[in-house]
Design a protein around this ligand. Structure first.
Ligand SMILES: [Ca+2]
Ligand SMILES: [Ca+2]
Ligand SMILES: [Ca+2]
Length: 172
């Protein structure tokens, strides 16, 4: 708001005119960054917040709403419209998909702007180890017991981590 002053030369009368300027929604919102990156464990709980994006707007009257517009494969994530908090909304699986590239829009109901959010899914030990074959067969001579355990076991391959492995060993 500013005040215009008007003077008259013939008299000493001075007039003040008040002019109010209302804030108009004429600026688009804009994000802090054009690219965000975050990590999340593949076994993270639903509703867990991964990160929060923030958009600003030069217009005081603008209310910003956030929306995921693309890249959200399988509905794995969602965003809180009012706050920009991106949270886990579906099951994640590192063994199926390790990276999501989300496109997010911030809108003030008139104009909008976009940013990209890359989310890396981190591996968690959530799978038991597996033998390559359910049954292993080998032959040994009765008298030949030298290095027996080594010979029987050398054909077994097991991705052993913290789980137990089970398979059959046939010795004929
Ligand atoms: Ca605006
Ligand atoms: Ca998994
Ligand atoms: Ca895993």
């Amino acid at each position: 708001m500013f005040i215009a002053k008007r003077s008259c030369t013939r008299s000493t009368m001075t007039k003040f005119i008040r002019i109010g300027i209302a804030d108009k929604n004429d600026n688009p919102p804009y994000f802090d960054k054009s690219l965000y990156e975050a990590e999340v464990d593949e076994n993270e709980d639903i509703q867990h917040t991964v990160l929060t994006v923030t958009a600003k707007d030069h217009d005081e009257s603008s209310r910003i709403r956030y929306e995921i517009t693309s890249g959200n494969i399988g509905g794995a994530f969602a965003v809180k419209n009012m706050t920009g908090a991106i949270y886990v909304a579906g099951a994640l699986d590192y063994e199926t998909r390790r990276r999501y590239e989300l496109r997010l829009a911030a809108s003030d109901n008139l104009k909008e702007n976009y940013t990209t959010v890359i989310i890396h899914v981190k591996d968690v030990n959530d799978n038991p180890p597996v033998f390559e074959r359910p049954t292993y067969r080998t032959q040994i001579t009765e008298e030949d017991d030298r290095n027996l355990p080594k010979r029987v076991l050398q054909n077994l391959k097991c991705a052993f981590r913290s789980y137990a492995c089970f398979s059959s060993i046939w010795v004929e």
